[in-house]
Ligand binder design. Structure first.
Ligand SMILES: C[S@@+](CC[C@H](N)C(=O)[O-])C[C@H]1O[C@@H](n2cnc3c(N)ncnc32)[C@H](O)[C@@H]1O
Length: 255
């Protein structure tokens, strides 16, 4: 059975709702992130790397607002990338594991990237892998290039600030979904598993997951990312947007 554009779009509309259950202002975060790329790219045809792109939700929004941008999305999930490739134009999906050194060579970039972006993806990486990833990223971004990471990046555990961030996140979700949260991650994947059009892709995903090391929630703190970015040579590291612990972190390479 063929995966058509209409079929993929239905799954990705459902993906967007599911993700909004965790980030009620996901679209506002995307908007600010794309604004920041437009402000910093320095050209109408920037080369943008999307780390942990999944089905290309961010790349699709970048393409709508910056039609000259060349977006290279990197991920390991064959099913999400296949949905994105069927649903959206203009994203080059690259199958590479960001924990494995050399992922940028797999991407085969034609020139240094003007910007690197990521949403809700890098919290899966343990601190050591995150630092190595940021070091490799610094080697493929142009001097002065920007990195923009939208993710749950909490303040230090046990502080009133962290508790307040959590409380505000709950309030924002209740305000956005007064009738209750949408379908969650597990329910979305359970529904995907039932779709005969996606059977082979789902089996491929399960095979790879069985082979891959465990994916946990490893780097959920702001400090972990700030430290790893500084070690990798990034400067001027700061928050551009925030709702609860959902944050858009920005960092620059020196000119
Ligand atoms: C919650 S999804 C977010 C996808 C997309 N960025 C979005 O905002 O909708 C997290 C993504 O990170 C990817 N990911 C996690 N660990 C990865 C790794 N080591 N290498 C490449 N991608 C990874 C997953 O496959 C998944 O697509």
């Amino acid at each position: 059975m063929t995966l058509t554009r209409a079929h993929a779009r239905r799954w990705l509309d459902r993906w967007d709702r599911q993700q909004e259950g965790y980030m009620p202002s996901r679209e506002a975060r995307f908007d600010t992130l794309v604004d920041a790329v437009a402000e910093t790219a320095g050209r109408a045809d920037p080369l943008v790397l999307d780390l942990g792109c999944g089905p290309g939700s961010l790349g699709a929004r970048l393409g709508e607002r910056l039609p000259g941008a060349a977006v290279v999305g990197i991920d390991t999930d064959p099913l999400l990338m296949a949905l994105g490739a069927a649903a959206y134009d203009g994203i080059r999906f690259v199958d590479a594991d960001l924990r494995v050194e050399g992922w940028s060579a797999v991407a085969g970039l034609p020139r240094p990237a003007d910007a690197a972006v990521s949403t809700t993806a890098l919290h899966w990486l343990p601190e050591e892998a995150l630092t190595a990833l940021y070091r490799e990223l610094a080697s493929v971004l142009r001097p002065g290039g920007v990195f923009l990471n939208g993710d749950h990046l909490a303040s230090a555990e046990g502080t009133r600030l962290a508790a307040l961030e959590r409380a505000l996140a709950v309030r924002a979700t209740e305000r956005r979904f007064p009738e209750g949260r949408p379908e969650d991650w597990a329910a979305w994947w359970a529904a995907v598993e039932e779709d005969p059009v996606l059977t082979d892709l789902h089996a491929d995903r399960e095979r790879r997951r069985a082979m891959a090391a465990h994916h946990g929630f490893e780097s959920l703190h702001l400090e972990t990312h700030v430290t790893a970015l500084a070690k990798a040579g990034f400067t001027e590291i700061g928050t551009l947007w925030q709702e609860g612990d959902d944050r858009l972190l920005c960092a620059f390479l020196p000119e």
